[in-house]
Design a protein around this ligand. Sequence first.
Ligand SMILES: Cc1cc2nc3c(=O)[nH]c(=O)nc-3n(C[C@H](O)[C@H](O)[C@H](O)COP(=O)(O)OP(=O)(O)OC[C@H]3O[C@@H](n4cnc5c(N)ncnc54)[C@H](O)[C@@H]3O)c2cc1C
Ligand SMILES: O=C(O)[C@@H]1CCCCN1
Length: 396
Amino acid sequence: MHSPEQETMALQGDYDCIVVGAGVQGSFTAYQLAKNNQKTLLLEQFLLPHSRGSSHGQTRIIRKAYEQDFYTVMMEECYQLWAQLEMETNTTLFRRTGILVKGPEDDKDFQLFTDTLRRNRVPTETLTHDEFSRRLPHMVMMRGEGARIDTTAGVLYADRALRAAQGYFQSLGGVIKDGVKVLNIQPGSTVTVTTAAGEYRAKSLIITAGPWASTLLSHTGLQLPLTVVKINVCYWREKVPGTYGVDTGFPCFLQIASEGAEYHIYGLPSNEYPGLVKICYHMGSDTEPDRRDRQKDQTDIRILSRFVSLYLPGLEPEPALVESCMYTVTPDHHFVLDQHPSHRNIIIGVGFSGHGFKFAPVVGKLLCELSLGKVPSYDLSPFRIQRFLSQMKSSL
Ligand SMILES: Cc1cc2nc3c(=O)[nH]c(=O)nc-3n(C[C@H](O)[C@H](O)[C@H](O)COP(=O)(O)OP(=O)(O)OC[C@H]3O[C@@H](n4cnc5c(N)ncnc54)[C@H](O)[C@@H]3O)c2cc1C
Ligand SMILES: O=C(O)[C@@H]1CCCCN1
């Protein structure tokens, strides 16, 4: 066994790229780098797998239904890359269920969703009130509401996906060191990161540190407007088991603008815990990543209880189980995918604002392209750091 000093000596300058943070974004970035023959080190502060960040849990939604075209456009390739990883690792990562997008027909957000679906020719079904009652007899469609199903959507098996991406990365020669927290970053033409286990050096560094991003970026002199919020992940018991089950064809859903709710409410069919349906509020209360358990605010749970009793009469209106997770939110809820403004070999992938999981394969590809100095495959203007700087200037 090497002492930390010997390990430092052995590893200095040894990597093409170091990725900090083995959540879904860092894991897919490392996987893409290894595919591009980059000698890559993936550092994670906790022992893997862990449930302290944003990527844990069994399920996430994947969908093309979005308010902005630029997300819907990226999804085409995301689906392909998810399928590719399924083949490479012989693992099922996706189950198609469709997603019901429902809300007041005249609501601005609801219209943005339906317009994006139409413009991008996403396969959809529109349900009238009668069709809705026949198809989804255990859910309520209010007068004045519209209902579209994005039939491409479904569930991603999240924990499994992280294992698959990390495992494939290692099979390509990538190195993962877990239980190794990055304590400092020294920018330069070779970037040095300091950990309790020694220093590691590489030609480029990619920061995918989720809720801890602000702490890490402070070592590079950069401050981004990121807010960390705790999400109560609520599971609701079916009065009759299977009523909202994945096997009975109940879709994921996104409820836009329900009464008393400022943000969307979303749900997934019962699947990972039989008899329990996951329904969450798309916002929570501010927290600090290492102290989220102190955040006990339950405003979101009250909003959800009311929603469940009004719209899903087949569920008990108190959560049967509450887990927790965090969002790292930007002011406009769009991601940050960019080079560091002062250190071009430091690449930043943060601020996924509670909707980044489905994009991880393309995010990984883009962060890899940025670190290799390649032209990114998509227009990154919605994701540039510059958008915050101009906001700050205009408010002066
Ligand atoms: C309740 C909930 C539901 C969601 N639902 C959906 C959904 O349905 N569909 C969807 O697409 N997205 C969804 N999301 C969003 C998605 O899960 C996140 O966008 C995504 O997981 C963010 O991944 P990440 O890799 O950026 O962050 P994380 O998973 O938090 O990874 C960051 C990693 O960096 C590590 N790290 C931090 N600092 C250091 C350090 N100094 N040294 C070493 N390691 C460090 C952390 O320990 C962590 O493992 C949801 C999120 C939540 C919380
Ligand atoms: O990204 C998603 O699909 C989920 C549901 C909608 C709100 C954000 N999180």
